[in-house]
Design a protein around this ligand. Structure first.
Ligand SMILES: *[C@@H]1O[C@H](CO)[C@@H](O)[C@H](O)[C@H]1NC(C)=O
Ligand SMILES: *[C@@H]1O[C@H](CO)[C@@H](O)[C@H](O)[C@H]1NC(C)=O
Ligand SMILES: *[C@@H]1O[C@H](CO)[C@@H](O)[C@H](O)[C@H]1NC(C)=O
Ligand SMILES: *[C@@H]1O[C@H](CO)[C@@H](O)[C@H](O)[C@H]1NC(C)=O
Ligand SMILES: *[C@@H]1O[C@H](CO)[C@@H](O)[C@H](O)[C@H]1NC(C)=O
Ligand SMILES: *[C@@H]1O[C@H](CO)[C@@H](O)[C@H](O)[C@H]1NC(C)=O
Ligand SMILES: *[C@@H]1O[C@H](CO)[C@@H](O)[C@H](O)[C@H]1NC(C)=O
Ligand SMILES: *[C@@H]1O[C@H](CO)[C@@H](O)[C@H](O)[C@H]1NC(C)=O
Length: 245
């Protein structure tokens, strides 16, 4: 907004309010903007071009765009594929954003330092669809639920049980930045649907899992027929071996 200070003072109050409101939509001056990798973003230019003869967009030490307003020459754009410069207002659209496009972009007017307008852009990798799995949940033992995603920059893991936020109690223990949920001393009431919401500045994904709860003893009983069969198999094999030798 620094570049517009002169004009803003002269403008009527309502117009000044409108300009400030517009700049909130575009992001306040000296502003920060966040965008998802792969998407496009519009870095705002100026509200009016009166008295502007040269516009330059700079990223770090590199000039992205050089445009002489009085000159009929086309703007000099470093990468026509990804950068779209609007002559009408000086805005710069950047497409197919990469994480390393993050940094400070400066619009310089008439090569004057006091007319610079800077925008800090952060490009964030969107979170991928997470996976949710648990180990066997047995009554009286701990059950571990793990929510995992391939992207490192996860802002938040939020857990729900049966559609409601998990109550804060010692029965539930969250670790590894909340990506792992440990249910201590599992009970029948822990049966249900668990969901994990993974989010960052640019998007979110939710994944759910139906958690069954089993009695420990039941598993032993289930193994019994298998055990009997195995013993019978070994014994029969032994006799067959003995009678054939
Ligand atoms: C600049 O002009 C372009 C094309 O006319 C428009 O899409 C964009 O919204 C304008 N940006 C600002 C900040 O006024
Ligand atoms: C650019 O053109 C405007 C009028 O269109 C004029 O007032 C100004 O002096 C010119 N600037 C340069 C650097 O030629
Ligand atoms: C117009 O722009 C071209 C290329 O950027 C430059 O060589 C030329 O000197 C400019 N002319 C004026 C009058 O500024
Ligand atoms: C940014 O990353 C791309 C690949 O994603 C690479 O080709 C390019 O060289 C990198 N640029 C810089 C300045 O590191
Ligand atoms: C599930 O994982 C937790 C934590 O690693 C462990 O304490 C518990 O014994 C495991 N349960 C089973 C049935 O393996
Ligand atoms: C937890 O988050 C911090 C900061 O985002 C990160 O550096 C760290 O690697 C994360 N740890 C795990 C276990 O995900
Ligand atoms: C586990 O829960 C049962 C039933 O709620 C309770 O009787 C038992 O004391 C608990 N065990 C531990 C180690 O907290
Ligand atoms: C997931 O979390 C994000 C960020 O907190 C939120 O905006 C979104 O509504 C949540 N999704 C669901 C289904 O709760």
């Amino acid at each position: 907004m620094r570049a517009l200070r002169g004009a803003g003072l002269r403008a009527p109050l309502s117009v000044a309010w409108l300009i400030s409101w517009c700049s909130v939509i575009a992001g306040p001056p000296g502003e920060k903007m966040t965008a998802a990798a792969g998407s496009c973003i519009m870095l705002p230019g100026l509200d009016q071009l009166q008295g502007v003869s040269l516009m330059q967009w700079k990223f770090s030490e590199q000039y992205l765009v050089i445009y002489h307003v009085n000159n009929s020459s086309f703007p000099d754009v470093v990468d026509q594929d990804r950068f779209l410069f609007q002559k009408s207002n000086g805005s710069l659209q950047i497409c197919r954003l990469k994480v390393n496009d993050s940094g400070i972009y400066t619009l310089i007017i008439n090569m004057k330092k006091q007319n610079e307008r800077s925008i800090q852009l952060e490009v964030v990798e969107p979170v991928s669809q997470p996976e949710l799995w648990s180990n066997l949940s047995l009554i009286g033992l701990s059950t571990e639920l793990v929510c995992s995603t391939s992207v490192e920059k996860v802002a938040k893991y939020q857990w729900k049980k049966d559609g409601k936020p998990l109550p804060i109690e010692s029965h539930y223990q969250l670790s590894q930045n909340n990506s792992v949920l440990l249910i201590l001393n599992t009970t029948w009431s822990d049966k249900g649907s668990y969901s994990c919401n993974v989010s960052n500045e640019v998007n979110w994904h939710e994944v759910s899992l139906e958690l069954p709860v089993q009695q420990y003893r039941k598993r032993i009983w289930m193994l019994l027929p298998v055990g009997i069969c195995m013993i019978a198999y070994v014994v029969t094999g032994f006799f067959i071996f003995k009678s054939s030798s």
